[in-house]
Design a protein. Structure first.
Lengths: 114, 547
């Protein structure tokens, strides 16, 4: 499982970085999305991978923490997802505004040949 | 009881006010302006009160004036804490001092150019104040995102092709930096199992050797995210364009946004890699010094090469950022408290001066009917018909002797940024240079080249700014610009504050020396959090525990 997860994170971030460095704003935004998926998976994996363990502990009594997954990274991932979703949406709006104003989808607002 | 909740007020006040103003549309602009002004004024008063508290010691925990506030009343390493110490209090005052003039300035016209300006402004303050107060790394991320989200809106305020293009770059870079921030946070959590800064500072001295490289990697990635915000050299090519494109009052507020990055680096570096850092002590000091020097160099070359005042002001932001970054590196390498105190003093002065300069740019370059033309342009972009614009004429009286007043203000800004007496730039630079030359713990080559760069940057600022000043005030035959009292008053107020800092230099330096001392002596910060009792455990107020 570790291999699969780390390969997934690696592939996502590699493609994300490549797309981020492309000149079209659509590629940039997809690159940012892929990167944020990779980062979210990475945060999640920092709570260690524990198959079949619930993150929520029962109330009262003795609790053996080794039988439960770390809930904190999961909470962090939720926050990170919400924030990156919102900022990506905002970026999309700016991108569309830029497309409308400049008539090109190049990130610099003008084609290179011009 | 009220007084202990005062710590969270700088976050709550702008948050509530900003959210409240979202409910009304922009026809209520006048009311919104006064409401925002009351909000920032309250923040200034509270920040001053918090400074007094940080100086004398709070009533909650007397760990050398550091007060802690447990959010949701969770015990220390499990919940999020707000920490008020001398540095945080100073930054809060600085934020409020900069916010009031730029708010008043924007009330004179800029706020009319787009929707919900005042709300965005308040949310920016939420993010700034929160970032200065929080004692938790992930919470720091959240406040960074709040201030960035607000700054995206503010940067695009007024629209126009230039702003949208600069905004696109600004947003893309900051989104990527936020992702780096998250990777760093996750790595630190994975290694140490905590995100509380004080808890981290506790753990680091006893950390096993094989875990250290991973922690270092995590902190270094985190630092890259902060360096992007601080405008450090190889990560700052977006900054001059974005700051130049921003509306004048927004540019003034952006002057402190780079300092948030510097603040985060200073706070974390001193806490984690200070003298108590064990085997990690001094980690990254050399990199910070080199990056600081490279940033100053980039800034000073930029100032010399700039053809417009806006670009020049943006580069002077870089110079001031680079200076504080470099000194942070020296302090981390064991340079002592005196130079850090000087750097903090310099930072306050330079933030206010660059703020004033950003406000000055627009009136200086305004030709007849400048703002009216701009308003008309924006009206076109929004598809608003002219009649609505005409309803709100430029209220307020135009000041007499415009060019004289503007010229004097400009000259004072130049004196400050170039580091000439009698303004704080000079005192701050002396306070940094003297310890740099005197002490011997650092490699002499570094210290001397840093001193040389400091002096050179002042010289370059003087040359660049004097050139622009001559073009604008002496060699220009354009008709006199019409500048409103509302626009010049904030600039004068900022300059008055600057000269006050200069008059009160001794008291101020005493405060920053105390701050530098507290930054070096991390024990009070690192252990104080755990000594803070939960409200529920305190016997005297049962009622509060139920909240």
């Amino acid at each position: 499982m570790e291999i699969i997860l780390s390969a997934a994170i690696g592939i996502l971030s590699a493609s994300g970085i490549w797309l981020l460095l492309r000149p079209r704003s659509f590629q940039v935004i997809i690159g940012l999305c892929l990167l944020s998926y990779a980062v979210n998976l990475f945060i999640f994996s920092m709570g260690r991978l524990t198959p079949g363990a619930p993150p929520i502990m029962p109330k009262g009594g003795f609790v053996d923490p080794t039988r439960y997954a770390d809930p904190l990274p999961q909470a962090l991932v939720l926050t990170a997802i919400v924030i990156s979703f919102a900022t990506t949406a905002l970026f999309l709006v700016v991108m569309i505004a830029s497309r409308g104003m400049t008539g090109t989808d190049h990130v610099d607002g003008k084609e290179r040949s011009q | 009881m009220i007084s202990e909740h005062l710590i969270i007020a700088p976050i709550l006040i702008p948050f509530v006010v900003g959210a409240l103003m979202l409910l009304y549309d922009d026809r209520q602009r006048q009311a919104k302006f006064w409401l925002s002004l009351v909000s920032v004024a309250a923040q200034l008063l509270i920040a001053v009160e918090l400074v007094v508290r940080a100086k004398t010691g709070g009533d909650i925990s007397d760990a050398e004036g550091i007060s802690f506030y447990l959010l949701g009343d969770w015990a220390a390493p499990f919940g999020i804490v707000l920490v008020l110490d001398r540095l945080a209090a100073m930054m809060l005052v600085l934020t409020a001092l900069l916010a009031i003039p730029s708010l008043v300035y924007s009330g004179a016209g800029w706020a009319r150019q787009g929707p919900h300006y005042y709300s965005l402004f308040q949310f920016l303050l939420v993010g700034l104040n929160g970032a200065f107060l929080t004692g938790d790394i992930f919470n720091l991320f959240v406040f960074f995102e709040i201030l960035l989200a607000a700054s995206y809106g503010l940067l695009l305020h007024g629209s126009g092709q230039l702003r949208v293009r600069a905004g696109l770059h600004y947003i893309a870079i900051n989104l990527a930096a936020s992702l780096l921030f998250l990777i760093g946070v996750a790595l630190i959590y994975g290694v140490t199992g905590t995100l509380n800064m004080a808890h981290l500072a506790n753990l680091i001295s006893a950390m096993p050797g094989e875990d250290r490289p991973l922690l270092h990697a995590g902190v270094a990635i985190l630092a890259i995210a902060f360096l992007v915000k601080a405008g450090s050299w190889p990560l700052n090519f977006w900054l001059p364009t974005a700051y130049m494109a921003a509306a004048a009052p927004v540019g003034a507020m952006f002057a402190i946004m780079t300092k948030v990055g510097v603040y985060a680096i200073l706070r974390l570096a001193m806490l984690l890699f200070g003298e108590t850092g064990g085997a990690s002590a001094g980690f990254g000091a050399g990199v910070l010094i080199l990056l600081g020097m490279a940033t100053i160099l980039f800034g000073l070359l930029g100032i010399l090469a700039s053809q417009s005042l806006g670009r020049m002001a943006a580069h002077s932001v870089l110079v001031s950022s680079g200076t504080v970054l470099g000194i942070t590196g020296f302090a981390l390498a064991g340079g002592g408290q005196a130079m850090l105190a000087g750097a903090l003093y310099y930072m306050v002065g330079s933030v206010l001066a660059t703020g004033a300069l950003f406000l000055l740019i627009e009136p200086m370059n305004r030709e007849d009917g400048g703002i009216a033309a701009m308003l008309a342009l924006t009206a076109d972009a929004y598809g608003i018909d002219d009649s609505e614009i005409d309803e709100v004429p430029d209220v307020g009286l135009a000041i007499p002797g415009t060019m004289t007043v503007l010229g004097i203000c400009f000259a004072l800004c130049v004196l400050m940024l170039a580091g000439l007496p009698p303004l704080p730039g000079f005192i701050g630079k002396i306070a940094m240079i003297q310890p740099l030359i005197e002490q011997s713990a650092l490699p002499a080559g570094f210290a001397w080249s840093f001193v040389a760069l400091l002096i050179l940057s002042g010289f370059a600022t003087l040359i660049g700014m004097a050139r622009i000043g001559i073009q604008t005030f002496w060699a220009n035959d354009v008709p006199l610009p019409r500048v409103l009292a509302f626009e010049i008053a904030p600039i004068i107020a900022l300059l008055v504050v600057l000269s006050l800092i200069s008059f009160k230099a001794e008291a101020m330096l005493r405060y920053t020396i105390g701050t530098a001392h507290a930054l070096h002596d991390t024990a009070a910060y690192a252990y104080g959090v755990f000594a803070t009792p939960r409200a529920a455990d305190r016997p005297d107020d049962e009622g509060e525990a139920q909240e």
